[in-house]
Design a protein around this ligand. Sequence first.
Ligand SMILES: [Zn+2]
Length: 435
Amino acid sequence: MRVAMIRVLLLMTAAAVAVVAVNVAAADEAIVIDGGTLIDVGRPELTGPATIIIEQGRIRAVGPAGELEWPAGARIIDARGSYVMPGIADMHNHLRDGLFRQGGDQAGVLRNLLSWGITTTFNPGVPVEEYAALRSAIAADPAAYPQTFLIRGVFTTKGGWGNGFTPETPAEARAIVLQLKAAGSDGVKLMYDDMRWATTRPFPVMDRAVAAAIIDEAHKQGMLAFAHAPIQELAKQVLEDGIDCLLHGIISEPIDAEFIELMKRNNACYISTLTMFQTNAGYAEWADRLKAFDFEKRLDSNALAIFHKAPNGTARLDNTDWTVERLPVLRLNLFTANSAGIPVVIGTDTGIPGVLPGIAAQLEMVMHVEAGLTPEDVLKAATSNPALMFGRAGQFGTLAPGAQADLLILNADPRRNIENIRRIRHVIRAGRVVR
Ligand SMILES: [Zn+2]
């Protein structure tokens, strides 16, 4: 009896494996994208119509149209008249739905980002209780989601901004970093901000020795250290202590030579999150902007109506006037950082109210151009710089042979007008056509 049951279970397992195998085969079918114009900023480009051959989730070959041999049985996508570029990355995304109740199952939000052209994302601060489940959801079918980097929890201080770990000594801080390493966290994140840009009653900031210990231990463990530090003097402190990337732009005052020198010394990346600050500065104006940009009418009109009526700020974050006043400084700092050669990376802080998944990343790119960057600069910030940020140059964010086949086919050229980033015809993730 028992043996028979085991035999039945084995047969069922074999059947389940067979089903999975069929899916894998479908994902691994060869794809030929033929005749499109390639946009791969920073690489010597083929200017005429080109062919891209994708096999087993990777770009196998790229060449002038008509010169490559096509694999037998490949799916052919006629891309004549279209533009082909690497998928875009949103490297500050909390995987929430962006409504006031702060909901949304993270795996669901994540999967849906693909339809907006986002093939790589980074959640710097997954709540500890959700971290393991999110990791395993992605691991079960990675190509069904964008490539995703995750940090488990955040470091803050007692009474400080954000919920997270609150070590009181450097030794306690180092012990938590070791736990994060063991959990496979893609780095550590520090809240290092008194929030003066949004409140008249500033929050306490983490002890500097604790912050330095977190950064130092992360580096000893081979991990990157990220900071939420939009006030210049505080950002300089964590930069002096070795921080690798700023998750928000500097909004307090124009960045100075010392700041730029520290950023360059650390080879630190700069994520401006213009959308997050802009949202905080005024919901009604932001709701209008979202509505105007949403040419496919994908956004929920009830949600937009709620934002339209919402009062700005909260009881605790009561100083949105300060934010509004300094938005020009935030934009100027992005322009200055980019002009100084600091690697700028696209990130939105999606999930905070008003910063809606997917469309926020597209708008962030548009707002980078409004801040004075060229479309080419912005495309780099959305594709190759995110790979650089994680030490993975050439592995994604490019159309080079050998890279992950994460790419977009667009109906219009985003170099002519960055708003064309929303003119999506196809999205391909790890060699699978997902839109
Ligand atoms: Zn954030």
